[in-house]
Ligand binder design. Structure first.
Ligand code: IMP
Ligand code: MG
Length: 174
């Protein structure tokens, strides 16, 4: 079935909000440095744009977990596909996600990262779908709260497509 993409958040809106989050993080971590942990692949576009707007020293690392296949529903299965390269010991960690949906992936991931000796671990997500939450997770920085729609762009995919859209779009099947 062919799908259609409807704009939810324009490139300008997303850019403006990322700048605001970058400013906020720079203020909150003044005098410290932050270690950004990107959850691949979806979080990568957001992390790069955000990192450029943070004015305190930044280091980055990547990890990959699987929770979705070529489907729009969470499988509930969380598996580490690629682990971090560096230790989190004594670091101020900020996990960068594309979207928090059911919260299953994040709740597992945050517990695991907190057990590795960081000073603290915060969560920053570009998008949040609060209506879909199954597992409670505390989000420290949110770009946008969005309705229960399947969205793509800015790193988010539908069946590995549309990650490169510079805006956030809703997938419509009609
Ligand atoms: P959760 O464990 O249900 O919170 O799933 C989070 C992950 O599912 C996100 O990091 C995305 O990779 C994926 N996901 C959830 N909702 C969407 C969506 O609307 N579009 C694309 N991917 C999504
Ligand atoms: Mg993700």
């Amino acid at each position: 079935m062919a799908e259609r993409i409807e704009v939810l958040l324009t490139e300008e809106e997303v850019d403006k909000r990322i700048q605001e989050i970058g400013d906020q993080i720079s203020r909150d971590y003044a005098g410290k440095s932050v270690h950004l942990v990107c959850v691949l692949k979806g979080g990568s576009f957001f992390m790069c744009e955000l990192a450029k707007r943070i004015t305190v020293p930044v280091s980055i690392d990547f990890m990959s977990v699987s929770s979705y296949g070529g489907d729009t529903k969470s499988s509930g299965v969380v598996r580490i596909v690629k682990d971090l390269d560096e230790s989190l010991k004594d670091k101020h960690v900020i996990v960068i996600e594309d979207i928090v949906d059911s919260g299953r992936t994040l709740s597992y991931l945050l517990d695991m990262l907190r057990s590795r000796g960081p000073v603290d671990v915060r969560l920053c997500t570009l998008l949040d779908k609060p209506d879909r939450r199954v597992v409670d997770v505390k989000v420290d920085y949110t770009g946008f709260e969005i309705p229960d729609e399947f969205v793509v762009g800015y790193g988010l995919d539908y069946d590995q497509k549309y990650r490169n859209l510079p805006y956030i779009g809703m997938v419509k099947f009609d």
